[in-house]
Write a protein that binds this ligand. Structure first.
Ligand SMILES: [Zn+2]
Length: 273
């Protein structure tokens, strides 16, 4: 999936010292190519950071770091994070090409799902109904149908928070110094429970339930997603969640903490030194 740059003059540089905290979804109530050229027309005085077309193309009109003009007029808002200031300063806007009342196409849904994954990860946006909203939450009077009752909220949230199924596992010992940890093998890689492994390696382990992210201290910033990610310094490792326990790939986690990983085939033990 890629993003085509289609700049709009309708924006303000910077974000008035605010942070991005949420995504606002819209529909254009117009079709390509006119809807894109309108958002690029200075007379529109309107824009969005992104436009996702029916055929699954993604255009970016305004940089994330700048303020697009997509949700500035607030009228009987229903949003707990609205603080009385212009929402454009602290949101990203995604327009979807559709006429009022239309559903997204499947290609469009896949594209916007991918875009939401990128943006929630890049900006550390929690995946919930306060941080991914529709325009109607900010203007329930004139934008009640934006993005409309057919917008696929359930699928979007389900896909963004999905835990992928884990293939068959077998057990393996992981030894760190004198500590023995029971790990598992998945597709020829050794995984160990991240808390036990991190502690054996002398690190503090924190869990951010908002973003389903394990943070191995010292953490980096700006990393999350709906799936189980493990953040170590500036590396992101894909872990697996089994019976509510997070398992980290031993080699990836140990090596990113500066340790070496070997395999003792006689005792079938992963040795971390
Ligand atoms: Zn809108």
């Amino acid at each position: 999936m890629n993003i085509a740059w289609a700049p709009s003059p309708n924006y303000r540089t910077g974000r008035n010292r605010r942070q991005v905290i949420a995504i606002v979804n819209h529909i254009t109530a117009g079709l390509m190519p006119g809807t894109l050229s309108w958002l690029q027309n200075p007379s529109a005085q309107a824009s969005a950071h992104y436009l996702v077309t029916k055929t699954g193309y993604i255009f970016q009109l305004v940089k994330d770091e700048d303020t697009a003009w997509h949700a500035g007029i607030v009228n009987q808002a229903n949003w707990s994070l609205y603080d009385g200031t212009n929402p454009n300063y602290y949101t990203l806007g995604i327009e979807h090409e559709a006429l009022t009342g239309e559903a997204l196409t499947e290609q469009q849904l896949q594209a916007t799902l991918w875009l939401h994954q990128q943006l929630t990860s890049r900006w550390n946006i929690p995946i919930d109904q306060d941080h991914i909203i529709g325009h109607y939450r900010l203007d329930s009077v004139n934008r009640a149908d934006d993005p409309g009752s057919l917008f696929p909220w359930n699928r979007l949230f389900a896909d963004l928070t999905a835990i992928e199924p884990v293939p068959t596992q077998s057990q393996v010992n992981v030894r760190v110094g004198t500590t023995l940890i029971l790990g598992i093998i998945i597709e020829n890689r050794a995984y160990a429970p991240v808390r036990e492994l991190g502690q054996a390696l002398g690190s503090q382990i924190d869990w951010d339930s908002n973003t389903n992210t394990v943070l191995v201290q010292p953490p980096s910033t700006g990393v999350t997603a709906g799936k189980v990610r493990i953040v170590v310094s500036n590396a992101v490792i894909n872990g697996v969640l089994i019976d509510n326990r997070t398992f980290a790939p031993v080699r990836d986690l140990a090596e990113s903490l500066g340790h070496q990983v070997g395999w003792d085939s006689s005792s079938k033990t992963v040795i971390v030194s």
